[in-house]
Design a protein around this ligand. Sequence first.
Ligand SMILES: Nc1ncnc2c1ncn2[C@@H]1O[C@H](COP(=O)(O)OP(=O)(O)OP(=O)(O)O)[C@@H](O)[C@H]1O
Ligand SMILES: [Mg+2]
Length: 275
Amino acid sequence: MDSTKNLVILTHFPVLRTKNLSVSRSGNQILSDVNLTINSGEFVGIVGPNGSGKSTLLLTILGVLKSSKGTVEIYGKTTPTREVYEKISWVSQAAANLPKEIRITVRELVQLGTVKLSNLLFETDRQRRQNLVDNAIKIVGLESVQNVSIGRLSGGQRQRAVIARALATDAELILLDEPLVGIDRETRNDFLKLLDDLAHNQGKTIIMISHDLAAIRQTAHRIIYLEESIRFDGIPSDFPNLQELAILRGIKDVHGGHHPIIGECCDENEIKESE
Ligand SMILES: Nc1ncnc2c1ncn2[C@@H]1O[C@H](COP(=O)(O)OP(=O)(O)OP(=O)(O)O)[C@@H](O)[C@H]1O
Ligand SMILES: [Mg+2]
């Protein structure tokens, strides 16, 4: 048997490039001169306090918000084509907060991720859609509840169903805005392992916003600290400690009671856990 048959060779190339990207919303400058290159197969965690522009950056990458200066290049295109957008999947902040009254099963929700392919009526494409759905449900471990209504799932299961829908799009670039909120520790660890596997072994590019600094430190390949501009971009082991972060933010007195990073950005226990 040919032992190289199942070997997938992943070559890495720039998926996203921003150059001097600046964005204003309602007349306020939210992002200033963001310069970023993310390659295929990278799992990047974006952290920063509330209101620091993290979701704004994702919405600009998605083309929903326009830049006031600079450029966004996705898969080498500054004006992305439909094919480029079809390579992107986005899970919005609080996406799992689906109204309980929605009577839709896990499988139906995940199938919605493949809807863009539905205009292709060939049998092989229908089969391909089923395969994508089966695979996505399996990856997130919801096979046993795939025909259960979403309203009857736990918060963690709902979160996984939303992720499965994103995976079923067969996207190459997956943007996740706070996917860890409301999920229990065990589900969180499985989910992070899954993201690591998607990036490492399947060459997917993952950009995940999270306030869970401990989780990001332990699993992302690279951390970006964003606060209007990029204040840190590097590997998790080089990520600054709290005092260094305060200096990055131009804060001199870090002992005066309320800590700006803990207070605004992160769960104190989780920071302590990772220190
Ligand atoms: N629709 C809008 N119009 C005007 N300003 C907005 C709008 N949405 C957000 N902003 C402002 O833009 C800034 C950045 O918001 P953004 O949602 O990108 O922050 P974030 O880092 O994602 O915060 P969080 O951690 O709370 O999700 C904030 O000051 C916010 O008030
Ligand atoms: Mg946000």
